[in-house]
Design a protein around this ligand. Structure first.
Ligand code: NVA
Length: 316
């Protein structure tokens, strides 16, 4: 039996990502269409959701998704569990693997997640690390599909991300977007650029899917003619906020910047949003914004992902 994990966006091949997105669209229409965790006599029906950082949307949407799949979520407060401090990640992984069908973990270093995956024996899902936020990008792709002609229309779509281009969201837009065949442009100030290894990895994927990736410093250049404009907080969880506002000011998503995008461009923000900082209230509340659909789509995308991972394990 092969256990599949989702630790970074490119853990799914383009064809596999497409299967997950198609399933997510189907689950939008029929919430209970798949119940792989229901009535399992030979394996646990529980899924652990562990969080070492603040969470609202991610916890809610995973708990709802797990329940809809016929299972039950066990929410573990990372401050109480103290994984890696009170007990090693390796030992925790082996204990959890005997109790639950899958592990969803929001934590700091990507290595913690890799170790969990190496020892758990059940699927491990990245619910945000310092490096990636791949579940959010699946939800964003569902949202783009919802508003722009379905999953089949994703390849060739241009997505511009402006703000902290060195953070987890930017890395996931690059990798997940390239996997979907998108043209991804990220723009951030000097010192807040994507990791060179991530950019190169995304470029390799884009080469195979017909997409492209580019990293620039000029926000207007990134946004020019874009179909989708995305941003994120200027200060991620765990970051030092000092001095950031001045350097990020030209990267605010406002009416002026948006005027350079395609006339029917949609606006994404993973939330929480800081109005007047990375995005104006006018844009966030405006006609182009699809952020509430995007928040809802966390549920559908993650449900599809979990169902797919559990199916893959059962098939192999
Ligand atoms: N880049 C943000 C995403 C929040 C959902 C953070 O890591 O805090």
């Amino acid at each position: 039996m092969t256990v599949r994990h989702f630790l970074a966006d490119d853990d799914l091949t383009p064809a596999e990502q497409r299967e997950v997105l198609d399933l997510a669209m189907a689950l939008r229409a029929d919430r209970l269409a798949r119940r792989p965790l229901d009535g399992r006599r030979d394996a646990p029906g529980a899924v652990a959701f562990i969080t070492d950082k603040p969470t609202l949307r991610t916890q809610l949407s995973f708990a709802g998704a797990i329940a809809d799949l016929g299972g039950y979520p066990i929410v573990v407060d990372g401050n109480l569990a103290q994984i890696g401090k009170r007990e090693s990640v390796e030992d925790t992984a082996r204990v959890l693997g005997r109790q639950v069908a899958a592990i969803v973990w929001r934590t700091y270093e990507q290595d913690r997640l890799r170790t969990m995956a190496a020892y758990a024996g059940v699927p491990v899902v990245n619910a945000l690390t310092d490096d990636y936020h791949p579940c959010q990008i699946l939800a964003d792709l569902v949202t783009i599909a919802q508003h722009r002609g379905g999953v089949a229309a994703l390849p060739g779509t241009t997505l511009a991300y402006v703000g902290d281009a060195g953070n987890n969201m930017a890395a996931s837009y690059l990798l997940g977007g390239a996997t979907a065949g998108l043209h991804v442009r990220v723009a951030g100030p000097g010192g807040f650029q994507p990791d060179a290894e991530v950019l190169a990895r995304a470029a390799r994927i884009a080469g195979a899917t017909g997409g492209s990736v580019v990293s620039v410093t000029d926000p207007a250049e990134a946004v020019a003619g874009a179909d989708v404009v995305a941003t994120d907080t200027w200060v991620s969880m765990g970051d030092d906020a000092a001095g950031r506002e001045t350097v990020f000011e030209p990267y605010q998503v406002n009416a002026g910047l948006l005027a350079g995008a395609a006339p029917d461009a949609i606006v994404l923000h993973c939330l929480p949003a800081y109005r007047g900082k990375e995005i104006t209230a006018e844009v966030l509340e405006g006609a182009r914004s699809v952020v509430w659909d995007e928040a809802e789509n966390r549920l559908h995308a993650q449900k599809a992902l979990l169902a797919w991972l559990l199916d893959e394990g059962a098939r192999s």
